[in-house]
Design a binder for this molecule. Structure first.
Ligand SMILES: C[S@@+](CC[C@H](N)C(=O)[O-])C[C@H]1O[C@@H](n2cnc3c(N)ncnc32)[C@H](O)[C@@H]1O
Length: 255
């Protein structure tokens, strides 16, 4: 997956089809490779009430456009962390004039080295899947929070396209029974959730429609690998929601 992301952030700096795709699907081009549209980002701001003078961490920030947006909207200081150095360098260069509110660092979710008791908020948008050990990652994130700090996590779980419907444990789409919910309960971290499953379905349908339209441009710009990746996730989410075997939630965790 690391090779995919290296190629993804490198080629997107010189092409336009994926930027148009993001603008049309998510409402604005923030180089999304997750599944959160602008309404889902607004929901983070609404439920966390993050504001000026506070510090946030965006775990798996890519090239930092989402962290920059959240900081611009809230006035909070955001640190973005991602394991792709090219993406972090792009973020640093683009936001050099906002260095009082934005910092970016190369780091691995599976080798976190965060300062203790530093952040009021940790945001994770479609990135906890990359943790090899949810219990360990959650403990490390909790340690990096200030007392009273919170986490806002978008997380989806569902049947993969190659899994037979009868083999998938349907109850695991519930927010307290998927791998994140189970890990939070085991860690004794209380959480509240909002259900975004139907939004995820609608956005997957839209991705399919817009991808079909933009396919010639993706191919002409050498983005076929991204086209295939995004088509795969849109088809996978659509099929799984239709069989009642996919759930997407915003988790607000107050450890
Ligand atoms: C699905 S994308 C989500 C990006 C962004 N949060 C969004 O919503 O568009 C996953 C991101 O996590 C990063 N990532 C994947 N594995 C990682 C790891 N082990 N450590 C740090 N970042 C990682 C990828 O480089 C990518 O930017």
């Amino acid at each position: 997956m690391k090779d995919f992301y290296q190629q993804f952030y490198t080629i997107l700096a010189q092409t336009t089809a994926h930027a148009e795709f993001c603008a049309r699907v998510f409402g604005r081009d923030l180089c999304q490779h997750g599944f959160a549209d602008m309404a889902q980002l607004e929901k983070i701001l609404e439920v966390t009430r993050i504001g000026p003078g506070q510090r946030a961490l965006d775990l798996g920030c890519g090239n930092g456009l989402i962290a920059e947006y959240l900081s611009d909207c809230s006035g909070a200081h955001f640190t973005g962390l991602d394991y792709i150095p090219t993406a972090i360098e792009q973020a640093r260069q683009r936001t050099a004039a906002k260095a009082d509110r934005l910092a970016f660092q190369v780091g691995d979710i599976n080798a976190l080295d965060l300062p203790d008791h530093t952040f009021d908020l940790i945001v994770s948008i479609d990135t906890l899947y990359f943790s090899d050990d949810y219990a360990l990652t959650l403990r490390q994130l909790r340690q990096a929070l200030k007392p009273g700090g919170q986490m806002a996590i978008y997380f989806a779980h569902g049947r993969m396209p190659w899994e037979a419907k009868e083999d998938f444990p349907t109850e695991t789409v519930q927010p307290d029974q998927n791998p994140l919910g189970e890990a939070l309960k085991a860690a004794g971290m209380p959480f509240q959730t909002w259900d975004f499953t139907q939004d995820d379905y609608r956005l997957a349908q839209l991705r399919k429609e817009i991808l079909a339209e933009l396919r010639p441009r993706f191919e002409a710009e050498g983005l076929t690998f991204i086209y295939e990746n995004r088509s795969g996730d849109a088809n996978g989410v659509s099929g799984a929601v239709e069989s009642g075997q996919h759930g997407r939630y915003l988790y607000l965790v107050r450890p």
